[in-house]
Design a protein around this ligand. Structure first.
Ligand SMILES: C[S@@+](CC[C@H](N)C(=O)[O-])C[C@H]1O[C@@H](n2cnc3c(N)ncnc32)[C@H](O)[C@@H]1O
Length: 167
């Protein structure tokens, strides 16, 4: 999800995933991902699709893994995007994160995993609050601190799970 350059999707294909679907709301990211897949010889296994989250996907699709390195910076609800590129960094009111938490687990094969790459630049408390509203549980599976400029920033790999009995 939100493939951007396509680096993660291409690496997934190179690592042995037999089929990868790379999705982005930015049409240029979709083209970029397809080009990178071709450049690295995995275009036969990687489909790039222009879509607002899962909207343009075939409803019968199911995935072993859904992963989004998200635009985790929270902007005010009424924030107006100057261009689609800003959607790479900023999510107004976490509207897209809410939809991802609701929808991602529904696209999984049995035993599949929905994952979110989030960071301390985001608002984890707000994400947790939204998860409760959506009947989702957030499990931090991995964390690591990286130097970004002069700042140390914690990055998190979060698994999004359904609560027992919830779809
Ligand atoms: C942090 S960037 C991911 C960068 C990517 N990992 C890379 O290395 O190039 C977040 C991505 O999510 C995409 N995105 C934001 N909102 C989206 C939506 N509603 N549907 C699909 N993609 C979305 C952005 O366009 C952006 O490419």
């Amino acid at each position: 999800m939100g493939c951007g350059t396509g680096v993660i999707a291409t690496c997934a294909a190179l690592a042995g995933c037999d089929r990868v679907v790379a999705v982005d709301v930015n049409p240029q990211a979709v083209v970029n991902s397809q080009r990178n897949a071709s450049r690295h010889g995995v275009a036969d296994r990687l489909d790039s699709i222009h879509s607002d989250l899962f909207d343009a996907l075939d409803g019968a699709e199911r995935f072993d893994v859904v992963f989004w390195h998200s635009n985790y910076v929270l902007a005010p609800d009424d924030y107006r995007y100057a261009n689609v590129h800003e959607r790479a960094y900023v999510d107004a009111g976490y509207v897209t994160h809410r939809r991802y938490l609701e929808q991602a687990p529904r696209w999984l094969t049995p035993g599949g995993r929905a994952l979110l790459h989030f960071s301390a630049r985001g608002d984890l408390d707000e994400l947790r609050r939204i998860a409760v509203e959506c009947n989702r549980q957030l499990h931090i599976r991995r964390s690591a601190v990286f130097l970004e400029g002069e700042q140390e920033v914690e990055h998190l790999l979060i698994e999004v799970a359904t609560r027992a009995g919830q779809a």
